[in-house]
Design a protein around this ligand. Structure first.
Ligand code: CO
Length: 485
């Protein structure tokens, strides 16, 4: 008989992090526990679905919830917080009507017509997936539409950002662009997918100039949430996903309703160079939302990619409440290292960690270049699946792991690695995550020393409210607050 470990959390604690947020506003925090590093200066922007219902009518999937931006400003050992919704016309119309008016992409079932419609703006653009400050603009991102531009100080919504008409009003723009550490350029893409897929590549300089837009066709449907950028390549994993009208996708670690993986078909890896035809390699099927990073070995024909792969696409029976998900049946996220050889046309892959992980982070200067350390959200137990309650650091040279867990009552959000100003070592800085603590019934900004995760948080910044489980965000050394203490 196999002993079953007791759960590291209670379902009601976990569920409490999925409550609609209603307290937009701005405030200083006066009760920081521990010591906030005085050289931690800048703004952490976070995005995620904040409104999960309209007048008690719940969205079918949290990914359909309206984007709530949180700005956490660190300056001189103090912390200032602003929360504001992205004021999309859809949010405003639903608030006015007092009921749900739009079908969300993730909670939608439209048998037969889904693919034709899934990137159509008849669906709601919740602007809820990521938020970045680049080229003097704060941009809320959602992958099937252009960004929304926000005022970085007030978080007021300024409107759809087309980069002076470079994007059309409905043009997809990924929530996972990368910043080239050599020059600050934003490397981005957009996907229009149906029976076939059109990929658009964009590049925006650090000064905000939109300087590149090219289009590339790939056959078949492709769900491309994220990509790999290296100095010579843009790389996409076309997982063998097909349309299945029955299941409802579910869960914090999954995206997209109605997706089904064909376990017999290969994953196609598309490697686009600066010019010429892309190279296509094939590997075993798997489903990837997020890439950690990719880099070229000395010979640029060989590329290493770290990513998080799912053995199958996680789905729930139609109509199942996402708050009742059975984590034992959700496939775990596996950290994998791929090595591509473009000359030999080979792919090697190996699993790097046993435990279930999501939300990768690295030092921003290693984007597209060899990283030694990576950071992830993970579950408390070394195996099985559960909500993310811990943060893990992996040294890819030695294999050494270090972990800090917030179980039983803490549930983590995506960690962000904030480099220490003037720091030299790749892990010199702080790992910051917004953690929902059910014991306190509030969210807490947790700041850990990236060189010593196992010491636990060096500072805990309690927020006034519960920030519903978020998606992605980013840090900028800039400060935008205008209201004095
Ligand atoms: Co994502």
């Amino acid at each position: 008989m196999v002993a079953v470990a007791p759960p590291t959390y209670t379902r009601s604690d976990w569920q409490a992090g999925y409550r609609s947020f209603h307290n937009e506003g701005t405030y200083w925090i006066d009760s920081i526990q521990g010591s906030l590093p005085t050289d931690l200066r800048g703004t952490l922007f976070r995005n995620g679905p904040g409104k999960l219902d309209v007048n008690g009518q719940r969205y079918g999937h949290p990914f359909d919830g309206d984007g709530l931006i949180t700005a956490i400003s660190f300056l001189e050992g103090r912390v200032h917080v602003t929360h504001r919704y992205v004021q999309t016309p859809e949010l405003q119309a639903e608030q006015k009507a007092g009921r749900i008016l739009y079908r969300g992409v993730f909670g939608t079932q439209k048998p037969g017509g889904w693919w034709a419609n899934c990137f159509d703006l008849k669906f709601k653009n919740p602007a809820n997936t990521n938020v970045i400050y680049h080229g003097g603009k704060l941009l809320a991102l959602w992958e099937a539409a252009p960004p929304y531009r926000l005022d970085p100080s007030s978080l007021k919504t300024l409107g759809i950002e087309t980069f002076a008409g470079a994007l059309d009003q409905h043009e997809p723009f990924t929530a996972h662009p990368r910043i080239d550490p050599s020059n600050g350029d934003l490397i981005s893409f957009g996907v229009r997918s149906g029976l076939n897929t059109t990929l658009s590549f964009f590049r925006i300089t650090s000064a905000g100039a939109f300087v590149e837009k090219t289009e590339h066709e790939i056959p078949g449907f492709a769900f491309l949430h994220d990509f790999v950028w290296t100095p010579h390549y843009r790389i996409f994993f076309q997982n063998p996903i097909s349309f299945n009208p029955i299941p409802f996708a579910l869960g914090f670690q999954t995206a997209g309703a109605c997706l089904k993986m064909d376990p017999q078909a290969p994953t196609r890896i598309w490697i686009f160079g600066a010019s010429g035809e892309p190279t296509i390699l094939e590997t075993d099927p798997g489903f990837v939302f997020h890439f950690v990073n990719g880099f070229e070995l000395t010979n640029p024909d060989r590329i290493v990619i770290d990513l998080i792969s799912y053995g199958e696409y996680p789905a729930l029976d139609d109509g199942t409440d996402y708050l009742q998900v059975n984590f034992d049946q959700v496939p775990p996220g596996q950290l994998m290292r791929f090595e591509l050889d473009l000359a030999q046309k080979t792919v090697q892959r190996r699993q790097c960690l046993d435990r279930s992980v999501e939300f990768p982070a690295i030092h921003p200067r290693t984007v597209g270049h060899q990283h030694r350390y990576l950071y992830l959200g993970t579950i408390h137990d070394p195996n099985g699946n559960a909500p993310l309650q811990a943060l893990i650091k992996l040294d890819t040279e030695t294999g050494q792991q270090s972990i800090w867990s917030f179980a039983p009552t803490g549930f983590i959000g995506e960690p962000v690695l904030v480099p220490r100003p003037g720091g030299l070592a790749e892990d010199e800085g702080w790992l910051i995550s917004i953690v929902f603590d059910a014991a306190q019934q509030r969210s807490v900004v947790m700041i850990l020393d990236a060189q010593d995760l196992e010491a636990g948080p060096i500072a805990q910044v309690p927020l006034r409210d519960i920030i519903p489980y978020g998606l992605h965000g980013s840090f900028t050394p800039e400060i935008f607050i205008t209201d004095p203490a």
